[in-house]
Design a protein around this ligand. Structure first.
Ligand SMILES: [Zn+2]
Length: 324
């Protein structure tokens, strides 16, 4: 059932079955005429049912409900095909709209697979990932009318002025919404309190971790009193959390650098296998493939940042990318 977290802002928790994120926190801001939903859940029936039940409990019709997507990931965008009517509008950053179009093309996944081989995945793992990757399989359908927005776009609803702010890093076009007068930050996956947001390699970004750290600094300067995040516990002290997240990435950078200095010539996959991860598996071999996928992407983002800082070098050997 929806829970009012601020005046006219309701939290609807959408379960993400089988996913370590557990739930997506969607927010519905109820206005006198039009309302705004932030994020949706995967394109699967159980997410759809939970969300529709929440929207109905608030007495809002889909025709009067516009949708803002903080970013392209399918746990945020998946259901838009089932929520779109003739009368409502869907918004996302222009950057992530391009990424969404690419995600829905077979060519993009072929590129990702070729890159993944270079990072050190085996052909078998690539094959298995085709059927298990939730971000690939739960995307919304093509040919929906989605409106691209830029930083500075304002959603005026229920007395709030929510300004879209670009926070690239978690995805190339991630955006948060900020109401200065009320000090509200709708943070998407940019800032999460109980887990650290996944930072991975993107073909659109040279240094996604560098972008992410800059985006954290950008939010640190705001006067946030209430943070509403997209996963787990939605609230916390945003500046304290930003400091923790930056420290977390500094430690990860140190760890990756130490591995490369001790053992030069490893692939991203091999470096990821040597890093410490907070998941319940005894060792790297026992990691579920999806988690390996995230770990390798995350390790790669740290390697790219070390390259940008001139601390390590990348080179190709036997069709694999290696680091020294
Ligand atoms: Zn995400």
């Amino acid at each position: 059932m929806p829970h009012e977290v601020m005046k006219d802002i309701y939290l609807i928790r959408v379960p993400l079955p089988g996913n370590p994120l557990k739930n997506l926190n969607t927010y519905l801001i109820k206005g006198a005429e039009r309302s705004l939903l932030i994020d949706t859940g995967f394109n699967i029936d159980s997410c759809h049912e939970a969300l529709i039940e929440g929207i109905a409990a608030l007495g809002v019709s889909l025709d009067d409900l516009d949708i803002f997507l903080t970013h392209v990931h399918s746990d945020h965008t998946g259901l838009i095909g089932r929520l779109k009517t003739e009368k409502n509008r869907i918004f996302i950053s222009s950057t992530d709209l391009l990424v969404l179009d690419r995600f829905r093309s077979a060519l993009r996944w072929k590129d990702i697979e070729e890159q993944s081989i270079k990072y050190g995945f085996s052909e078998e793992e690539i094959h298995e990932n085709r059927s298990t990757n939730p971000f690939k399989n739960y995307l919304p359908p093509k040919n929906l009318e989605i409106e691209p927005i830029e930083e500075g776009f304002i959603f005026k609803i229920a007395g709030y002025n929510l300004v879209a702010i670009s926070t690239p890093g978690h995805t190339p076009g991630h955006m948060v919404l900020y109401d200065e007068a009320f000090g509200i930050l709708i943070a998407g996956d940019h800032i999460i309190f109980d887990i650290s947001p996944n930072i991975t390699r993107w073909s659109e970004l040279q240094d996604s971790l560098g972008d992410y750290l800059n985006s954290l600094d950008k939010i640190f300067k705001l006067h946030v009193r209430t943070t509403l995040s997209a996963h787990r516990n939605p609230n916390g002290d945003v500046r304290e959390r930003i400091t923790e997240l930056k420290e977390h990435h500094m430690l990860r950078l140190d760890e990756a650098l130490a591995i490369i200095k001790t053992e030069p010539g490893l692939t991203t996959y091999e470096i990821a296998a040597r890093m410490t991860w907070s998941i319940r598996a005894k060792n790297w071999i026992e990691f579920p493939l999806t988690q390996k996928w995230f770990a390798v992407g995350e390790a790669g983002a740290h390697l790219d940042h070390l390259i940008q800082g001139g601390l390590i070098e990348e080179y190709e050997e036997n069709s694999k990318l290696k680091y020294k």
